[in-house]
Design a protein around this ligand. Structure first.
Ligand SMILES: *[C@@H]1O[C@H](CO)[C@@H](O)[C@H](O)[C@H]1NC(C)=O
Length: 336
């Protein structure tokens, strides 16, 4: 069924971006971004039932205030950037400033990033927006993830930098939507989204995988996370990390990552193993067995720093402190 509807927010975003860029600069601006001008809306039977949009005042919580504060910060940052860099004014207007909320801006941006000739940005925009609007926990997770990048990554200069440019952040938010679809038995759509995220961001997270909030995928290229993996809160994962299976055909076969864990670049963790709360996995390690809480595992095959019987324990939360190397001076005879 195809129903003809108007789509004022997106059309306004587009027209507004032209006006804004003309006001912001006197230079000629080129419009080559895939701006979605939606003319057709595809509705499916049961759409209304599946995509309730609760009135906003029903879901007011303290995290809602947090979301609004963050959104006002993002807009202030972007206004400054648009003023100082006219070449980006149109892009910044249509992606951030023309929207009334973080979830609208994020949905618009993800729609543009992930669209293809057969998966239209307008369809994706609706899908993301409906999902974010109907589930406050997804919005709270996006806010926590933005904060995580800002506080843990020294290269993250602003919240808007993360929202616009961090593919780990964008892949994670798209995954959260794919996961929601998966739990709603909309599996073909969840898998199509998964495939687009993998194509566009080189981040391959199975839609069934469960991911907590305040998670940082730093750089994110080549991250692979299997179907039955579970990741806790406040976890940081560097690029080229694999949370994989061990070859069994089916069943619960992927790692369980506790809260506050830090996993270094290129680490591979295989099988249904438990990485305890606050543990640290060194870059390039291959982990095949459980790692106790607050300990550090390094090498291939991974060993515990301090030895299996008396592993050194750290107090800090490595997922948040991002401390990759302190154990070397405390323990190792690694000298050059
Ligand atoms: C995650 O980090 C946030 C912000 O630092 C903190 O408030 C929260 O308690 C942490 N959660 C867990 C489970 O460690």
């Amino acid at each position: 069924m195809v129903e003809l509807t108007r789509q004022p927010p997106i059309l306004l975003a587009w027209l507004g971006s032209i006006l804004f860029s003309l006001l912001a600069s006197h230079t000629t601006t080129h419009f080559c971004c895939p701006v979605p001008i939606r003319l057709f809306r595809q509705t499916m039977p049961g759409d209304e039932r599946r995509q309730p949009s609760p009135p906003r005042d029903e879901v007011v919580t303290s995290s809602e205030g947090d979301e609004e504060w963050l959104w006002s910060q993002i807009k202030a940052e972007v206004r400054r950037d648009a003023e100082s860099e006219p070449a980006l004014a149109s892009y910044l207007y249509s992606t951030i400033l023309s929207h009334s909320s973080l979830e609208r801006s994020l949905s618009f941006h993800l729609g543009n990033k992930l669209c293809s000739s057969t998966l239209l940005s307008t369809l994706l925009y609706d899908l993301f927006l409906n999902t974010f609007s109907s589930d406050p926990s997804l919005r709270a997770a996006a806010v926590a993830d933005l904060r995580a990048a800002r506080t843990r990554d020294p290269a993250c200069v602003s919240f808007s930098h993360c929202l616009l440019n961090y593919k780990g952040f964008l892949a994670c938010q798209a995954h959260r939507v794919a996961h929601k679809l998966w739990t709603q038995s909309r599996r073909p759509l969840a898998l199509a989204l998964h495939s687009r995220v993998s194509d566009v961001f080189a981040v391959d997270i199975h839609p069934a995988a469960k991911i907590g909030k305040g998670v940082l995928f730093d750089h994110a290229t080549g991250v692979v996370i299997g179907e039955t993996a579970v990741i806790g809160n406040n976890v940081s994962i560097l690029h080229h990390v694999t949370l994989g299976g061990t070859g069994k055909a089916s069943g619960d076969r992927h790692p369980k990552i506790g809260d506050g864990v830090l996993i270094g670049a290129g680490a591979t963790i295989l099988g249904n193993v438990k990485i305890g709360e606050g543990a640290k996995i060194g870059a390039g390690s291959v982990v095949l067995i459980d790692v106790p809480p607050r300990t550090t595992a390094v090498g291939n095959p991974a060993r515990l720093v301090g030895g299996k019987e008396t592993p050194s324990r750290h107090e800090e939360c490595p997922g948040e402190s991002m401390d990759h190397t302190s154990f070397i001076s405390e323990w190792s005879d690694y000298i050059i």
